[in-house]
Design a protein around this ligand. Structure first.
Ligand SMILES: NC(=O)c1ccc[n+]([C@@H]2O[C@H](COP(=O)([O-])OP(=O)(O)OC[C@H]3O[C@@H](n4cnc5c(N)ncnc54)[C@H](OP(=O)(O)O)[C@@H]3O)[C@@H](O)[C@H]2O)c1
Length: 353
């Protein structure tokens, strides 16, 4: 069958200290996968793609992380996750029409063939009706928020804890704040980059207060809204915002070191070293700040997804998404998300089932 196929290619590198731009990516036509499928392979049509901050390191010649390699200039890029539908199957595990996601990594390609060992069937009716849920709340960012809080947050019901979340209007942050409340925090405060995002946090997502780090004095506002200090900090950003939060943390409190997006366009080690003054506070107040990578907790995923699904169905978790249309806009969506253009999960819608 001759059918149009498209893929997204890394066009150029931004440089380790450069901001990614749309022109770092290009979309090109490519061959529609041959239908004489190999044994144990399936032909998949991509429905939606995830763009994630963690991909930034793959734009560098050396990704610097053990779990993902760099993208090569002129070659197809792939993301952390995607959802697709099986078009043809030569596998006992999959039938035409099955909804699938991958164990890890998803080609930025409209149609592709894949070994069945790299795919997982989606049976959840909720995801079938809205596939993008599998990229956010019922995927990596939901798991990151839930597992991060339950493994590293030391949240205890009834102990009047205050949690602060940075990048709070993003995918992980918007869920982390809500999960913090559900797990028992008395107060949750979000920090984010626009007034519109602040309003969504407090009026739609149940945050008790929100701070715009671009226009507010973060330290002053934290003192006002967290008068007893910060007991749990879900840190997505690092840098000045996080230094200001840590300075107001209580004795034996906990930083959930989820991400440090403020330095992803800088050539610094991960996690970046803290200023001496902040390091001293961490030691004096016995604040924990362990490195956290959700992929290290795969044994928790099944039970966590069940809990997240229940929260969702009971209306206890609200989901925000920013949808970009078309595979050719994948690079643009990634660049926009890195600059704060998204509210909730940044998704690329490629095709309908
Ligand atoms: N540890 C893990 O296993 C794991 C897994 C998944 C994700 N993460 C991390 O979690 C964080 C959030 O990821 P996500 O996928 O949910 O993305 P996201 O929060 O949906 O999108 C990224 C957000 O970061 C904010 N941002 C960008 N530059 C910033 C800066 N210089 N200072 C402060 N905020 C900035 C922007 O919002 P504003 O408008 O607020 O600036 C943007 O919307 C990232 O650090 C990511 O690496 C970690």
């Amino acid at each position: 069958m001759s059918q149009r196929n498209l893929r997204v290619v890394l066009n150029s590198r931004p440089g380790v200290n450069g901001e990614p731009i749309e022109e770092n990516f290009r979309t090109e036509e490519c061959a529609y996968p041959h239908e004489d499928l190999l044994e144990n392979h399936v032909l998949v049509k991509t429905l939606c793609l995830s763009v994630d901050p963690a991909l930034r390191c793959r734009m560098n010649p050396n990704s610097g992380v053990h779990y993902m390699s760099s993208w090569q200039v002129g070659e197809m890029a792939d993301g952390l996750a995607g959802v697709g539908i099986v078009m043809e199957s030569c596998s006992a595990r999959f039938e035409k029409g099955d909804f699938v996601t991958s164990t890890f990594l998803w080609p930025w390609m409209a149609y592709f063939t894949y070994p069945d060992s790299k795919l997982l069937t989606i049976s959840n009716a909720l995801i079938k009706s809205k596939p993008s849920l599998s990229l956010g709340v019922l995927g990596i960012t939901g798991l990151t928020a839930y597992v991060g809080i339950t493994q590293k947050g030391h949240v205890t019901k009834g102990s009047n804890q205050t949690m602060v979340v940075s990048a709070a209007a993003g995918s992980t942050g918007s869920l982390a704040g809500q999960i913090g409340k559900l797990e028992g925090c008395a107060k949750v405060v979000g920090i984010c980059g626009t007034n519109e995002k602040c309003t969504i946090l407090t009026e739609e997502l149940g945050f008790d207060a929100a701070i715009n780090y671009k226009t507010d004095d973060v330290s002053k506002r934290l003192q006002e809204v967290c008068p007893t200090g910060v007991d749990v900090y879900f840190d997505n950003v690092g840098g000045d915002v996080s230094n200001a939060v840590i300075k107001q943390m209580t004795e034996s409190s906990h930083v959930i070191l989820c991400g440090q997006i403020s330095v992803y366009n800088k050539d610094v080690p991960y996690p970046p070293p803290l200023p001496q003054e902040v390091e001293t506070i961490m030691k004096e107040r016995h604040i924990t700040r362990d490195r956290f990578l959700v992929l290290d907790y795969s044994e928790k995923f099944e039970s966590a997804l069940q809990i997240l699904g229940t929260y969702l169905q009971e209306g206890k978790l609200k989901v925000k998404e920013t949808i970009s249309e078309g595979i050719e806009n994948t690079g643009k969506a990634f660049v926009s998300m890195m600059k704060g253009g998204n509210i909730g999960k940044q998704v690329v819608h490629v095709a309908d089932p």
